[in-house]
Design a protein around this ligand. Sequence first.
Ligand SMILES: Cc1cc2nc3c(=O)[nH]c(=O)nc-3n(C[C@H](O)[C@H](O)[C@H](O)COP(=O)(O)O)c2cc1C
Length: 188
Amino acid sequence: MNMNETLTVIKNRRSIRKYKAKQIGDAELQAIVEAALFAPNAMNQQKWHFTVIQDKAMLDRFVSIIKENILNSGIEFLIGLVKNPDYHTFHHAPAVVLITGDEQARFIQIDCGAALQSIALAAESLSIGSCPITSSIFLFASEKGNELKKELGIPDGYNFMCSIALGYKDGEIPATPPRNKGVINYIK
Ligand SMILES: Cc1cc2nc3c(=O)[nH]c(=O)nc-3n(C[C@H](O)[C@H](O)[C@H](O)COP(=O)(O)O)c2cc1C
């Protein structure tokens, strides 16, 4: 089958871990984030919330908190990553969307995952890079987590689901990580 524009965007999207410092234009960023609202979601419950952060000082402060919480987590794999002086949870992206959702809503993680993918594809369609980030869950891991949620205006009872870094791609596009074959079964 011939590839159309949508299929090409789906296949070309990569997790980008190197960004230009330039901020994304407001109109583009708005179009990207609003694409999330059109994702499929269970019973059209829409129990999600999107916090778009473009404040570099805030993002760097959050990375410090995440680092500290990871160092206290006892998870060796993550501790190893954080000890690298170049570590930055959001890969220095100029914009990050934190996706939170109502823990009580059924299938909320799937809803938020679908929203994340819509953001990633909308970004790719505008040649803007993205990277899903879940290690940012450690932002809310300490006692200060609730204070941070208040500071960010996250609705009560909503918890972190995932986040996505966004920015103009810098340098070469990474090669496509290999995909496992044999995971699709057609039954006719
Ligand atoms: C749920 C989820 C969590 C992820 N968490 C991180 C993360 O914390 N940091 C990161 O750099 N990449 C993260 N990624 C990106 C994956 O590593 C990436 O999607 C995978 O290696 C496939 O590469 P591709 O996105 O370029 O196709 C995450 C992706 C998903 C879907």
